[in-house]
Write a protein that binds this ligand. Structure first.
Ligand code: ASP
Length: 497
């Protein structure tokens, strides 16, 4: 009997849907916590469900109902060692002392997450050597410094313009829809209390807002260390410099070096084919863990904010990129989006432009027909500095938080948001959840309280998945346009898409 062979893209999409359904069925129970405590010298784990009163110390007036799972867990995390010793949990009259931890109870949807983690790690493992090798070859194969300056100048300028456009779309929508004004005061207080510890950790992660030191930091003291620490901007800087230098070295010496890096980059791309064999399983595990943990409920709480971000991403991805492809290339818009499907689903499930880079390069070269000369230069650069989705979301988030705090951002402040969001998105590492840390820079620039990120933290993971799709689609759009303008665009071939 002939076996039905579905295309990889179809398999991934099916995995995505099934994963979401699986996660929704086996989601974390919000009325359940696991208390680990020591009784008579023995550590015990007790699961508690549907409590009606939960208090932390004897005679405490504030009690928590079973709706307050996250608040209870946060409150325990916030307690100092001393305070923990004095804890005297009272759950519906049952007392727990010597409490070690209070946690959510994992379900099967979360236990399978390691499969997804392995998938992301495999793709990320390729990303650093791929960025290094392909950028060196990309810069060197543009031939001479003049061409490099021309292509580099065009690429970076379009990246910057599209990012500024993305923030502006975000700002316009947030001003029109006013998601912050639609949020009830009670929801605001609840979200601020629930996410306060996570925010404290993020604010501590110290983002450098000094532009001069950011520029100084572009130059790695030690390129090996830059690679070891995944400092993408430093790797890009080093690779471009090596590529440029190679164009000045005598051919018999430069060619073996170029061949080596070319071979390395091809090997990494080949690895992608192997890794993609487990893509459906990886995607299934990632989506089911995300839906199982975060659910869709938080989307309801932040419905206006989420809709504003999603609408902005949709407009930018579908209309702006289509318009650009139509205006500046001979490729059909439909062909472009069909050729990009696989990379987009991987971006959605991994939330990482770096992990998606190898797949994006493959889609652009094999499906869209962009020459390797162009993809190897534009895509690693784009994955590192071009984040339209992230910038758009930062624009919406800033106005949203300001509105919730009753602040009115004037035109000058909004222009400041455009400028800082463009810079912040360049500095955003292409991995999950960094956009929200870089948002702190934008908030600081316009004096919006940074603690406000507590309001949006709950939906961040889901929106991160969506903005990463925009980020990588933007890189491919610019790559297509540059390839067209340089005469490096072959006929697309969608047979493998
Ligand atoms: N996850 C995003 C990316 O990798 C970055 C972010 O916005 O957090 O493109």
């Amino acid at each position: 009997m002939k076996r039905l062979k579905l295309k990889l893209h179809t398999q991934i999409v099916i995995a995505l849907f099934l994963g979401a359904i699986f996660g929704a069925i086996f989601h974390i129970d919000k009325n359940l916590v696991e208390i680990t405590h020591v009784e008579n010298g023995i550590e015990k784990k007790v699961e508690i469900k549907n409590w009606s009163t939960f208090s932390f110390v004897a005679n405490e007036t504030k009690t928590y109902s079973s709706k307050d799972q996250l608040l209870i867990i946060q409150k325990f995390k916030l307690a100092s060692q001393d305070e923990r010793k004095k804890l005297h949990l009272n759950v519906d009259g049952k007392i727990f002392e010597n409490v070690k931890s209070i946690d959510k109870v994992k379900t099967i949807a979360l236990y399978i997450k390691p499969i997804g983690d392995i998938f992301i790690r495999l793709l990320t493992m390729i990303a650093i050597p791929l960025v290094l090798a392909s950028l060196i070859v990309g810069a060197a194969s543009l031939g001479d410094i003049k061409r490099l300056a021309r292509v580099g100048g065009k690429t970076i300028s379009i990246y910057l313009v599209t990012t500024a456009l993305a923030v502006s779309i975000g700002l316009i929508l947030a001003n029109l829809i006013q998601p912050g004004i639609r949020m009830p005061q009670s929801t605001k207080e609840e979200l601020l209390a629930t996410y306060q510890t996570d925010v404290a950790k993020k604010i501590e992660s110290e983002v450098d807002i000094d532009v001069v030191s950011q520029i100084v930091n572009l130059v790695p003291k030690n390129p090996i260390r830059a690679m070891a620490e995944s400092e993408m901007l430093q790797i890009v800087f080093f690779a471009l410099f090596v590529g440029i230098a190679l164009t000045f070295v005598r051919k018999e010496k430069s060619q073996p070096v170029i061949n080596f890096f070319d071979g390395l980059s091809d090997t990494m791309i080949k690895l992608v084919d192997l890794i993609m064999k487990i893509a459906p399983y990886g995607v299934f595990a990632l989506i089911s863990a995300t839906v199982g943990e975060f659910g869709f409920e938080i989307l309801q709480t932040l419905i206006w904010y989420s809709l504003t971000v999603l609408l902005g991403l949709f407009i930018h991805t579908v209309f702006i990129y289509s318009g650009m492809i139509k205006l500046f290339s001979k490729m059909k818009v439909k062909t472009f989006f069909r050729g990009m499907r696989r990379a987009q689903t991987i971006a959605f499930s991994t939330s990482s432009s770096a992990a998606t880079l190898p797949v994006n390069m493959e889609c652009c070269e094999e499906n869209l027909g962009i020459s390797k000369n162009i993809t190897s230069f534009t895509l690693p650069l784009g994955a590192t500095i071009n984040m339209d989705g992230t910038a758009l979301y930062q624009g919406v988030a800033t106005v949203f938080i300001a509105q919730v705090y009753g602040m009115d951002l004037g035109i000058i402040e909004q222009l400041m948001v455009v400028l800082t969001a463009v810079l912040a998105s360049i500095g955003t590492a292409p991995v999950p959840g960094v956009g929200i840390i870089m948002l702190i820079i934008v908030l600081k620039a316009v004096h919006v309280p940074e603690e406000g990120i507590a309001l949006i933290l709950g939906v961040d993971r889901i929106l991160d998945m969506c903005r990463t799709v925009t980020n990588i689609t933007g890189d491919a759009t610019v790559s297509t346009i540059i390839a067209q303008s340089e005469g490096e665009l072959r006929k697309p071939d969608l047979s493998e898409a």
